[in-house]
Design a protein around this ligand. Sequence first.
Ligand code: SF4
Ligand code: SF4
Ligand code: SF4
Ligand code: FES
Length: 404
Amino acid sequence: MPSLTINGRQVSYDTGQTILEAARANQVHIPSLCYLEGCTPTGACGVCLVEVKGADKLLPACETPASQDMEVLTESPQVRLARQEALKKIVASGAHNCFVLNIPPEKWNENQLAMMEHPWHGALCPAHGDCRLQDLVVEYGVSIKDIEFKFEPAELDDSHPVIIRDFSRCISCGRCVAACNQVQVNSAIKPPKDLAEQQANSWLPVVDYEKCTHCGECVQACPVGALFEKKAFGRINGHEAEKVRTTCPYCGVGCQLWLHVKDGRVVKVTGVEEGHPNLGRLCVKGRFGYDFIHSSERLTAPLIKENGEFREASWDEALDLVAKRLTEIKEKHGPDALAGVSCARSINGAADRAADQGERRVPGGELGRGPGPGGQAADRDKGEARPRRPGRGELRAQHKRRLL
Ligand code: SF4
Ligand code: SF4
Ligand code: SF4
Ligand code: FES
């Protein structure tokens, strides 16, 4: 296996890995802002710069291939200074008002004042407490007071049904483009290379709403507050969220979710980046279809129909009634008169439970398990291996092959 030296330690790497991938595989921290795992690097932010012996300038770790006997320094004074400068430039380029709020209003300069007076920016940014740029500014001790803000107001786009785009906070990192085109393969955001040259110079991620499936992957990929969920806007900042991990209830794929909970209510949903099978990816239902949880129309108790009218009942009463009626049918017509149906889109646990309950509670009965979650579970019980889902790197390779 080839090897290189990072901060004086010899580590091995896989052929084809970049310095960033080799470092992370060996638990060495190199910060990044524009890099999205498994996608083509854009090299846009300059935060992952490292020193490589023999190179005449600092190199971006996310784009530079690792090579045999390379000597890399990830935290030298020169590297830290370059990262501070890169972060200063990014902060200065947009309406990053969370930093301005630390300065007393009487000390705001003209640009800072203009930023705070711009509609939507008088209040704290929705990404506050969950912003990669903010974290890095703190990590690298970037001094905000001497930053020359070049605030250029940009209109806020709230024409999308579930996403708000605030381009005045966009850092042109390209992560949303990669998330849409390479991770979800929806191709709804034009890559900068497809834009005319003069547009590419002042590039902003423009979305083709005809192609957009409203999956929200771009929002999850955005490292700052340029994209955010319409339903969550103004209701939660990152640091306030209690995160609860759960499985999406909508289908048998079983995507892993984080519920962001505030005051006992779910106000936002994101995918679990390291959780199988979805590795962070979600569809529109899993990410945005959570209103039912707190709906006043939701049934919270069993209903029994009597004389054409429903009345509330206890679970004991309802289950006793169902068991009594099923037993009556079986005694009168035999066990073949009973069948159970569970939705093929149920999660594995629910489908399996329905089948088990049917078999156990209706002695003499037999429930066939067709293809679907229940059927797959039965196959697993027989020791058959479940097909492995591809990771992001493999998906990217598959995507490239499809394009060829
Ligand atoms: S995007 Fe991040 S850095 Fe910019 S204002 Fe929002 S929280 Fe602050
Ligand atoms: S919501 Fe999904 S499909 Fe629409 S732009 Fe974002 S990533 Fe692309
Ligand atoms: S919208 Fe967000 S993810 Fe997309 S380029 Fe701007 S900052 Fe990056
Ligand atoms: S993470 Fe490498 S240039 Fe942005």
